[in-house]
Design a protein around this ligand. Structure first.
Ligand SMILES: [Zn+2]
Length: 241
């Protein structure tokens, strides 16, 4: 968020168009919305990352509820569960996730889901949620992906898809219906090959698109137009041409 104008310009130079900038805590939301208001190809999402769940009581969540009514806020999140770091207790994380799901359904917007080492709880919660949305920086297998796709979710791949060790994830990506796949940065983390070790940024998602093109056996342009229309369908926006 610090230098959004220059970062977005570098991405557009690479042919990357249409962005969602998700907040991860109450303090981020105004900045995310401000970027979306300044750029007609950027939208925002409002939510509390599971790391911050312990700070997301009803009063803190009021900031998300207020932001959810903004036209430039097209999704609720990121939110979810993270049992790897466990910065907040499991029960708190689940309660806060449920709060986000309930809001998303109320305002009829998708949720952006973070899931790490919490897949069993996550699938159970999402399957009975009646919500729609996207699993961000997906790292699970084909079976989990397809169960969630059956419930109306999209699957988003980060730079991990290009990592040498990620054969299982590539097999999963190859098997998915193309109209349910998105690509993302998870900036500043998870820069794709050959940029590993640097701060990630949206210009680099081209590398993830190239990886998908090779897995799917289609031209890069097809991945670009497919992921663009998937983005527009999920977030119910039209990216200006
Ligand atoms: Zn995340």
């Amino acid at each position: 968020m610090a230098d959004a104008g220059a970062t977005l310009a570098r991405a557009r130079e690479q042919g990357v168009h249409g962005f969602v900038v998700p907040a991860t805590k109450g303090d981020d939301i105004d900045a995310a919305v401000a970027i979306a208001q300044q750029h007609d190809d950027v939208w925002a999402a409002a939510g509390f990352h599971p790391h911050e769940a312990k700070d997301c009581d009803a009063a803190a969540f009021a900031v998300v509820e207020r932001a959810a009514g903004e036209g430039r806020v097209v999704a609720i999140g990121e939110c979810g569960l993270d049992y790897h770091y466990m910065h907040s207790p499991r029960e708190t994380q689940i309660a806060v996730l449920e709060r986000h799901i309930e809001l998303a359904k109320r305002v009829d917007k998708p949720i952006i889901i973070h899931n790490r080492e919490s897949t069993e709880d996550m699938v159970a919660i999402l399957e009975r949620s009646g919500a729609r949305g996207v699993l961000h920086s997906f790292t699970e297998g084909e079976e989990v992906a397809k169960r969630l796709i059956d419930r109306g979710f999209y699957i988003s791949f980060s730079g991990i898809l290009t990592f040498r060790s990620a054969d299982a994830l590539r097999a999963c990506a190859k098997s998915l219906p193309h109209d349910r796949v998105l690509i993302e940065t998870d900036t500043p983390y998870l820069a794709p090959v050959p940029f590993r070790g640097r701060d990630n940024e949206p210009a680099y998602v081209v590398k993830i698109a190239e990886q998908l093109a090779s897995l799917w056996g289609v031209p890069l342009e097809d991945v670009a137009s497919q992921t663009t229309s998937n983005f527009e369908a999920l977030f119910r926006v039209q990216i200006p041409s």
